[in-house]
Ligand binder design. Structure first.
Ligand code: 13P
Length: 254
């Protein structure tokens, strides 16, 4: 079974309801390959999830940008996985580096969140990635392996997990990883899954790249054998997101 190309748009903490409606209208008008070629998921801020879910074309799906580590209760300001399920939100992004770095989410905490979200029936985009300092000190693989291990220790069924490799130094910087840099880490991550989870999980799990992906660089990145799609930040708010979705064609013709 091939890995269906996956393109996620992480809108982060952006947008007014008017702006969000405009982005959705652009997406709804976009000509993109069919769902057997590319799976498209966009992730608006929590407050806009119902609006986007209602207005978005039915072949695109929505993701929350986070959810709480366990069932809801006395956790002021949090949103539980159960609530997302209740609203019919199929996906959630967990472990984004902006939350790991700024809010201090540890590998273990992210692993617990992934396990709980999956147990409630959500599909998870689980983010991993090294800082510039870690890359320069040669510890990239140790860092992403430790992040992945904390998930693997808590998760049995990987069929609803997409792993997003997002080097922190490439996020929002315009400094995209070279295709070779992305391919190297993706291949290593797949090898890690093969050695530590199973050959089947390694072969079937989508590993997508995030960090300054644009309409200009997406095709070359998509041409790498272990790059199964993208998690796009800034460019996912713009019409060029449609071009990034179309990069799936590169795989189809490969
Ligand atoms: P940019 O595409 O803006 O670099 O953001 C990437 C990202 O963090 C997606 O989750």
């Amino acid at each position: 079974m091939g890995r269906t190309f996956f393109v996620g748009g992480n809108w982060k903490c952006n947008g007014t309801s008017e702006e969000i409606k405009k982005i959705v209208a652009t997406l709804n008008a976009g000509q993109v390959p069919s769902q057997d070629v590319v799976e498209v998921v966009v992730s608006p801020p929590y407050v806009f999830l119902p609006l986007v879910k209602n207005e978005l074309r039915s072949d695109f799906h929505v993701a929350a940008q986070n959810c709480w580590v366990k069932k809801g209760g006395a956790f002021t300001g949090e949103v539980s996985a159960d609530m997302l399920v209740n609203l019919g939100i199929p996906w959630v992004i967990l472990g984004h580096s902006e939350r790991r770095a700024i809010l201090g989410e540890s590998n273990e905490f992210v692993g617990d969140k992934v396990a709980y979200a999956l147990s409630q029936g959500l599909k998870v985009i689980a983010c991993v990635g090294e800082t510039l300092e870690q890359r320069e000190s040669g510890s990239t693989m140790d860092v992403v392996a430790a992040q992945t291990k904390a998930i693997a220790e808590r998760v049995k069924d990987w069929s609803n997990v997409v792993v997003a490799y997002e080097p922190v130094w490439a996020i929002g910087t315009g400094k995209v990883a070279t295709p070779a840099q992305a391919q190297e880490v993706h291949a290593e991550l797949r090898k890690w899954l093969q050695a530590n989870v199973s050959a089947e999980v390694a072969a079937s799990t989508r590993i997508i790249y995030g960090g300054s992906v644009s309409g200009a660089n997406c095709k070359e990145l998509a041409g790498q054998p272990d790059v199964d799609g993208f998690l796009v930040g800034g460019a996912s708010l713009k019409p060029e997101f449609i071009d990034i979705i179309k990069a799936a064609e590169v795989k189809k013709s490969a």
